[in-house]
Ligand binder design. Structure first.
Ligand code: XMP
Length: 327
């Protein structure tokens, strides 16, 4: 019979079999559900022979880094290496406002940071004659179907070449979730003791807050958006709307200003857009009818608590024609 406990046991056994008694593995954590559950399973199977790598690109939401560094590690006991790459990402993104250019830069820098960390881990272990042969990925069944199936190997080109490592590092993939759907992954994650904030997390794009700032990205704009986003998440959660809403991008229109009045003075600030959507798979979406009193609370709090923001607007566009994200 299908229970999360049975599935977890079976998957852990399979990983043990694949990686063997001495194999070493690496896993990139994104902060999302899939990579966290995959890593937790592999950790159960091979313990410290797994190293998790988390790249903090500085485009995360409030509390996300802490969730990985503290809660994930506390729940799993996994070995974690965090890469502080915020400064590099911000430098590379400076002055860039085109969405696809932002994505390209972030993708490129992400791979560089990840490789740097992997090279270091590999360098340490290579010194003692060990090899890291396995790369863990949180691929789900829908991803497998979409990409035509088949297991494979992954190639990481090393830019850094730390400690005399080969230019091209080749890994065999470990994909313990490849036969599961999202709700099954969540059930397995709960079974493994992962906190609800991780297993229940709504989708969040890899490029993070960078594609939720319409305009160029800088530290100040990120701080503004991070505050507004946290308020929206807090209020939607405490209104019990987490499972009604698929995800709710909070977007800063950094190049738009409007006149407002706050206290005694006239302000000239930026609008924040709330984009709550309901969806099954993100291919299509409907705008969520969030109760007015909840919207009011969010709007009041954001305009009171976030300097620079003097207006909150609601996106009432379905997908299609609008995408879920603004960029
Ligand atoms: P759109 O905006 O295309 O988004 O309706 C559909 C889903 O994909 C997410 N999304 C991304 N995820 N990298 C990601 O990892 C990206 O560049 C990206 N762009 C959009 C979006 O959050 C939604 O869940």
């Amino acid at each position: 019979t299908w229970t999360a406990a049975n599935i977890a046991e079976t998957l852990i056994d399979q990983v043990r079999e694949q990686v063997g008694e001495n194999g070493l593995a690496i896993c990139g954590l994104s902060g999302g559900v899939d990579s966290a559950v995959a890593a937790a399973l592999v950790q159960r199977a091979i313990g410290d022979r797994l190293t998790c790598v988390f790249v903090d690109h500085g485009l995360l939401r409030a509390g996300e880094r802490e969730q990985v560094q503290n809660d994930f590690v506390a729940a799993t006991g996994a070995r974690l290496v965090t890469v502080d790459a915020a400064e590099t990402f911000l430098t590379e993104l400076k002055g860039v406002s085109d969405p696809e250019t932002k994505r390209k830069i972030i993708g490129r820098e992400f791979i560089r940071s990840f490789e740097g960390a992997v090279s270091e881990v590999l360098g340490d272990r290579a010194a003692s004659g060990q090899k890291v042969d396995y790369l863990v990925q949180g691929t789900l069944y829908p991803d497998v179907v979409e990409s035509g199936g088949g297991t494979g190997t992954a190639n990481i080109k090393s830019h850094h070449n730390v400690g005399g490592l080969p230019e091209d590092l080749e890994f065999e993939l470990v994909e313990p979730l490849r036969l599961l759907f999202k709700d099954e992954v969540r059930a397995v994650g709960r079974e493994l003791g992962l906190p609800e904030e991780i297993v229940g997390r709504q989708p969040f794009p890899g490029p993070g807050l960078a594609i939720r700032i319409v305009g160029s990205v800088d530290a100040e704009r990120l701080a503004t958006l991070r505050k507004a986003d946290l308020i929206a998440r807090e209020e939607l959660s405490s209104a019990g709307l987490d499972s009604t809403i698929w995800q709710c991008p909070v977007v800063l229109l950094a190049d738009v200003r409007s006149v407002g009045v706050q206290g005694d003075g006239r302000t000239y600030g930026h609008p924040i857009v709330l984009r709550p959507v309901s969806s099954e798979d993100a291919m299509t979406a409907d705008w969520t009818r969030v109760p007015y009193d909840v919207l009011e609370k969010i709007s009041t709090r954001i305009t009171n608590e976030v300097a620079e923001v003097n207006r909150v607007v609601l996106d009432v566009t379905s997908k299609p024609p609008g995408t879920i994200e603004w960029e």
